[in-house]
Design a protein around this ligand. Structure first.
Ligand code: NAP
Length: 345
């Protein structure tokens, strides 16, 4: 474990060959990153070893979050990688502010903790993980409710955003962004922000393409980062419902995978990169994260294949957020501003 050679792999991808997306500051974000949420199934140690292996095969973009509980382990790997000669500026490291740190003064504390754990002196991107200040403990059941939970309140979100802007002014983070947002919420933020979001992290996979939000984000110069790009087959059981569909079993994806001689997961990654979002697939298995990275740089899908995948959208949201519901909410749909209206706004 550790040591210089663990960050070199003969069969990987040259990081310079990985496509990049330009954010509005001119900075470049690698067009594919590694997810690090272990879904309660994989230990922090396993995820940190995957980060080590992924860096060795050419990943430079790592999607972290305080709530994943593994930043201190990933930080040790990042430190070794940088000591082994990979320059800090070659990496794009994202972290996220958890929902229990939205109060006055909390954002700086949370960011400082993530920086300390990740052993970095700046983040490339810091996201507000969810636009709700509701707290639930990690692993809480979908039926559990925070009695203090409330719907989105824009004035309160702006107090969080001002603290995020301050982090940029202090040089602790290069970019700030959002996650799990909707068009109405983003419109309010774009109206009131001094520093606009550079990226919006959103659920994106062939069965959940979010065409309107995707278009809105791109048209406003925000880079879309796509989570659950493979349809998160290993997501926690609490996030599974009977009506959920499985992207990697879709006959269209399976047939295209057969043609390209890859796993259907790799087709989901190719589609994402070619559509223009930045997928952040997770895996602790070397053959999987390597094939995802190779999939992003080789053997592209044809226009016909891209069109065939565009046609299999099922509007199937997997990460519904039930646990953030407030007293009086009708159902999880209320979190996502049905009909373009923020409940209570
Ligand atoms: N901002 C947010 O609110 C938010 C929410 C959710 C996720 N995220 C981020 O997005 C990342 C990705 O989402 P996710 O982990 O839920 O789902 P995902 O990336 O869609 O799916 C991950 C699973 O796909 C399988 N897989 C990956 N590559 C494969 C390959 N080449 N061949 C076969 N199977 C493959 C793996 O299954 P096996 O382990 O069985 O091989 C892995 O556990 C997270 O890790 C996290 O960083 C952010």
């Amino acid at each position: 474990m550790g040591g210089i050679n663990t960050f070199r792999a003969g069969d990987g991808v040259d990081p310079d060959q990985v496509p990049k997306r330009r954010v509005y500051t001119g900075a470049q974000i690698p067009a594919i990153g590694l997810g690090t949420f272990g879904s309660d199934r994989f230990s922090g140690e396993q995820v940190a070893e995957a980060v080590r292996g992924a860096i060795a095969v050419g990943y430079r973009h790592i999607d972290c979050a305080a709530v994943y509980g593994n930043e201190h382990l990933i930080g040790a790997v990042l430190q070794e990688a940088i000591q082994s000669g990979i320059k800090r500026e070659e990496f794009w490291i994202t972290s996220k502010l958890w929902n229990d740190m939205h109060g006055d003064g909390d954002v700086l504390l949370a960011c400082a903790k993530s920086l300390k754990d990740l052993r970095l002196d700046y983040l490339d991107l810091y996201l507000v993980h969810w636009p709700f200040p509701n707290y639930h403990p990690p692993g809480a059941s979908v039926d559990s409710r925070d009695p203090h939970a409330r719907p989105y309140i824009h004035e309160e979100f702006m107090k969080v955003w001002r603290q995020m802007e301050r982090l940029v002014e202090m040089g602790l983070v290069k970019h700030i962004g959002t996650s799990n947002m909707t068009i109405p919420k983003l419109k309010l933020l774009l109206r009131d922000a001094k520093i606009k979001p550079a990226c919006n992290e959103m659920e994106l996979h062939p069965h959940f393409q979010q065409p309107e939000l995707f278009k809105f984000v791109v048209e406003n110069g925000i880079v879309p980062i796509g989570f659950c790009p493979i349809g998160s087959p290993n997501r926690p059981d609490r996030d599974k419902t009977e009506t959920d569909t499985v992207d990697i079993e879709d006959p269209v994806i399976v047939e295209i995978a057969r043609r390209h001689q890859v796993h259907p997961a790799v087709i989901c990654v190719k589609w994402a990169v070619q559509r223009g979002q930045v997928p952040i697939p997770f895996s602790i298995h070397r053959h999987e994260y390597l094939s995802n990275l190779l999939g992003a740089v080789t053997d592209p899908l044809t226009d016909e294949e891209m069109e065939a995948i565009a046609a299999i959208d099922k509007n199937c949201r997997l990460i519904k957020g039930q646990v953030f519901l407030w007293e009086g909410a009708k159902g999880w749909e209320d979190l996502w501003d049905p009909d373009g209206i923020i409940p209570g706004w």
